[in-house]
Design a protein around this ligand. Structure first.
Ligand code: C5P
Length: 218
């Protein structure tokens, strides 16, 4: 289809979610948080007592996810799970279920359905490679592991949660390694993606760069 898509991929806690949301706001585009779908699948499995490595059962849950996105609020079977999918545990669970090929297939069309006029900003790990391969703008948004750990640390403290910087750094690195090493849709910078290294940029500067690249293309 001809709906314009900005695909933003990158490792966890790189800030791509925040940047993608703000770019979408600025352009009046829709926004897809693809990671949320994997987190929701992990949460649904946990609620049903399904093991995260049980591919056929997890796939059935992914295909049947009853989810509603209402701005910042995410409802799973009518229950507000906006906060409960954001825990480190669900990040871990998401990366487990995301390594299962049938689960990724089950979520593919649901992600593509987000591409509606006037356009979409999508963030994740395989937006440019798999879900929206013909996106006119693909960005690989990253920062050093130390900077990303620091960002996640501040985010957790901001939410009033206990946080340990060393543990967060270790978790981030383990999750990124799993996302990079997996056989299906591994995290990587595509040859046709522009690199946005944000270690020394604030959110406004990162948003401005994405918008500048988009204007060059439009
Ligand atoms: O982006 P977020 O941290 O919410 O994603 C959680 C996990 O979901 C990632 O670590 C990754 O394993 C998986 N994921 C994925 N493909 C995407 C988005 C997320 O495999 N497009």
């Amino acid at each position: 289809n001809t709906i314009p898509v900005i695909a933003i991929d990158g490792p966890s806690a790189s800030g791509k979610g925040t940047v993608a949301q703000r770019v979408a706001q600025q352009l009046g585009f829709h926004y897809l948080d693809s990671g949320a779908l994997y987190r929701l699948t992990a949460l649904a499995a946990q609620k049903q007592g399904v093991d995260w490595s049980d591919e056929s059962s997890v796939t059935r849950l992914a295909a049947a996810l009853d989810v509603v996105f209402e701005g910042e609020t995410i409802l799973l079977a009518g229950e507000d799970v906006s906060q409960s999918i954001r825990t480190e545990e669900m990040g871990y669970g998401a990366s487990k279920v995301a390594a299962l090929p049938a689960v990724r297939d089950a979520l593919l069309q649901r992600q593509r359905d987000f591409a509606r006029a006037p356009g979409l900003v999508a963030d994740g790990r395989d937006m440019g490679a798999v879900v929206f391969p013909s996106a006119p703008l693909k960005i690989f948004l990253t920062a050093t592991a130390a900077v990303r750990a620091e960002r996640r640390y501040k985010q957790l403290l901001g939410r009033g949660e206990a946080a340990d910087l060393a543990a967060i750094t270790a978790d981030l690195e383990a999750r990124d390694e799993r996302d990079r090493a997996r056989a299906v849709a591994p995290l990587m910078q595509l040859p046709d993606a522009l690199l946005l290294e944000t270690s020394n940029l604030n959110i406004e500067q990162a948003v401005a760069q994405v918008l500048a690249w988009w204007r060059e293309r439009a």
